[in-house]
Write a protein of this length. Structure first.
Length: 393
């Protein structure tokens, strides 16, 4: 993809700079930030703006408050954590586009920061309301997009504001585009894709996008069950997404025609009703009361062996129910063994970054995207509205 004009070339000294960040971070039971990775990832852009004398106004959302103020989704804990990382106090404007926001933004001095309250407290954000976008844009003189995780949404802060102000990509967005483009612009082969998780109906477009582009697609987790069932395997009491028989058959036929190999599990780790223990079963011999929860040892070895032949790997989604330690070994082993393979390895989408961190396999990847749906749509080759609106370099 063509590179975007970046913040390094933006005239920011003494100017009010609106920066769309993705500080939609998880919180613990006490309402404190539980994982600040997204804040940390934005710091190169924000430190640059501070050093360059910008008067920075941060825009972000948190959760899904439904277009109205909800104290459960206030950015107060987030701004507290950001202030600690930044090393200077950052005030929070609680009215987003009202009198206080205008007054606080006008009082900013060079190198100072202001955060606006949760954008999704206003219905105009997700609706991309022109009036709301204009009011947001009135707070600044320059716009910087550094929330890669939101660029697939045509919201007021991602599309409406950059249409009204001189706009630039932040360093995080610039890096995401550069790294993920390596999966699209002639990736070094063999190129192998590892997909897990669930919801085949939702992921079929992603799966299909790799046909003819990837040499092999390795499928695990609940994502594999409809494929296994369509081949006549007996999966016991395992819940299988229904109504996909035709779509699965068409996908497998298309894969064969495109020359992309599809690798499915050959054995599974199974949990049986009323038992705390687990056992391994072949894909056609899952007990009637057994529920498949992870790929088995033969599948792990086969997957890892195939990845050892790769030069480029894209991974999204666990290969089992990795949040339960009894069923995390398949994902952990395959990804850990990937760490010894020379090549370019990318993790992206959903909770993949958190899973990689929890399983201690982040070192297996050269790049871990901050984007969920945005990263998955990008690697499919779809146009992302929040990127399309930014000028090319």
């Amino acid at each position: 993809m063509t590179a975007k004009r970046d913040v390094g070339s933006a005239p920011v000294r003494g100017r009010r700079v609106l920066v769309r960040v993705d500080f939609n971070v998880p919180q613990d039971a006490n309402g404190q930030v539980a994982d600040d990775r997204r804040i940390v990832e934005a710091m190169p852009t924000l430190n640059h703006l501070r050093a360059s004398g910008a008067r920075t106004i941060l825009l972000t959302h948190l959760g899904r408050p439904g277009g109205h103020p909800d104290p459960r989704f206030s950015l107060r804990p987030v701004v507290h954590r950001f202030s600690a990382i930044l090393g200077q106090p950052v005030p929070l404007a609680e009215d987003i586009i009202g009198y206080k926001a205008l007054e606080m933004s006008a009082r900013l001095e060079n190198g100072q920061f202001l955060m606006l309250e949760n954008l999704r407290f206003h219905p105009g954000e997700e609706a991309n309301d022109p009036g709301f976008a204009s009011q947001l844009a009135h707070l600044g003189e320059v716009f910087v997009e550094d929330a890669f995780g939101t660029v697939h949404r045509a919201h007021a802060s991602t599309v409406g504001v950059p249409r009204r102000l001189p706009s630039f990509a932040g360093f995080l967005v610039e890096r995401e585009v550069r790294e993920l483009s390596r999966l699209i612009d002639e990736p070094e082969r063999p190129y192998h894709v590892v997909l897990g998780g669930a919801k085949v109906a939702d992921k079929l477009p992603l799966l299909s996008s790799f046909l003819g582009r990837a040499d092999a697609v390795l499928i695990g987790g609940a994502l594999a069950f409809p494929f296994l069932a369509a081949q006549g395997n007996r999966l016991g009491a395992t819940k299988v997404e229904a109504g996909l028989e035709k779509a699965v058959d068409e996908f497998l036929s298309a894969a064969e025609g495109a020359g992309t190999e599809i690798l499915l599990p050959e054995d599974l780790v199974v949990e049986r009703s009323g038992s705390a223990g687990v056992e391994t079963a072949g894909i056609d011999h899952v007990p009637a009361d057994g529920i498949a929860q992870d790929i088995g040892p033969a599948t792990r070895a086969r997957f890892a062996g195939r990845l050892a032949e790769s030069h480029t790997v894209f991974w999204n989604g666990p290969l089992g129910r990795a949040e339960d330690t009894r069923f995390a070994e398949g994902t952990r082993e395959v990804l850990a063994r990937l760490g010894s393979v020379t090549g370019y390895h990318v993790a992206a989408g959903g909770d993949s970054a958190r899973i990689a961190q929890d399983l201690g396999v982040t070192g297996s990847f050269q790049f871990i995207s901050t984007g969920g749906g945005a990263a998955l749509e990008f690697v499919q080759g779809l146009e992302l509205p929040g990127l399309a609106v930014l000028p090319d370099a």
